[in-house]
Design a protein around this ligand. Structure first.
Ligand SMILES: [Zn+2]
Ligand SMILES: [Zn+2]
Length: 315
């Protein structure tokens, strides 16, 4: 009997998609604009939620932007920060996005390391993400030190615009290959509004309401995908067949933990079926991948990325 097609998370989840940005700065740290101006700009272009992630350092007196006065029926905010503490393999302080911090989250303690403050943020209830791996030149050893994070920032628009170091999948994919099943993939702006670094990468979170606590839980549970523009409508899996429906794109691809891919290309495609068998079928390979991701790319080169899908969890 052919198994029924079944949607995977987040598409199988109740509710609707809410567009949000989890990484942006105001002049509470090194951003160009005031807290209210930044939030209003995101609101004006149609975001459903955002978080200011000002640099949580002594230089700026450990700010956690209080944006609660912007919360309403059609827009909301999360509270958080970009945390910093010593030190990555490259010899710089860590950059760690923490969404859902209490306003009284304690400053960096004497001797506290990046992984330690990240752990403290997780214990305080935050969604914790490893920021801009390529910009920070993070190694797999750095990734191992923060493998308890919820997610890796796989696209940082500010880093992409300013210096072509916006990428993070090189680190996430290696961490997935080491069995970190809980990790998800989030895109952000990291806007400072000094260059055109805004509205370029975001998350689409599936949740039943635009409530900060509900959004935060959905992020922790991985009920989201990331985008620069294209939209996923559904991803269903039946046996080895993966069916993707989406806004018009030119490429729909499955990628995994080895170099095999399955791909459909064309013009303004809104869906296709791809076989996981393609990821197993090759030469110069000694293993297969237990996970895959879906990537879609439109005719302007803008992409959307699913979270990792673990094959043995599908049934
Ligand atoms: Zn940073
Ligand atoms: Zn930042």
């Amino acid at each position: 009997m052919v198994p029924a097609m079944s949607s995977i998370s987040p598409f199988s989840r109740p509710g609707r998609f809410w567009r949000g940005n989890l990484h942006t700065h105001s002049n509470l740290s090194d951003g160009a604009l005031s807290l209210d101006e930044v939030v209003n700009r995101y609101k004006a272009v149609g975001y459903d939620f955002m978080m200011l992630s000002d640099h949580f350092t002594h230089h700026f007196n450990y700010p956690i932007a209080d944006t609660r006065h912007h919360r309403g029926n059609s827009f909301t905010t999360l509270l958080g920060a970009e945390l910093h503490a010593p030190v990555t393999s490259a010899g710089e302080w860590w950059h760690i996005v923490a969404a859902g911090l209490p306003l009284d989250f304690a400053p960096v303690k004497k001797g506290e390391t990046g992984p330690q403050i990240a752990r403290r943020a997780v214990e305080a209830g935050a969604f914790v993400g490893i920021a801009h791996p390529a910009w920070s030149q993070l190694t797999i050893e750095d990734g191992r030190d923060l493998s308890f994070a919820h997610a890796v920032e796989i696209y940082n628009h500010g880093c992409a615009v300013e210096c072509d170091r916006g990428e993070g999948f090189y680190l996430l994919d290696q961490m997935l290959n080491e069995g970190n099943r809980h990790l998800t993939a989030f895109a952000t702006d990291d806007a400072h509004f000094k260059v055109p670094d805004h509205f370029g990468g975001w998350v689409q979170v599936k949740a039943e309401s635009l409530d900060p606590d509900v959004l935060l839980q959905a992020l922790k549970d991985g009920h989201y995908y990331s985008s620069q523009g294209p939209q996923f409508h559904d991803i269903t899996v039946s046996g080895k067949e993966v069916e993707v429906t989406c806004s018009p794109v030119d490429t729909i691809a499955l990628v995994c933990g080895i170099s095999r891919t399955a791909v459909k290309t064309g013009r303004a495609i809104t869906g296709t079926s791809l076989s996981l068998a393609k990821l197993e079928d090759g030469w110069l390979m000694e293993k297969t991948s237990p996970w895959f991701r879906v990537v879609i790319i439109d005719n302007a080169g803008k992409r959307a990325w699913s979270n990792p899908i673990w094959i043995d969890e599908l049934r």
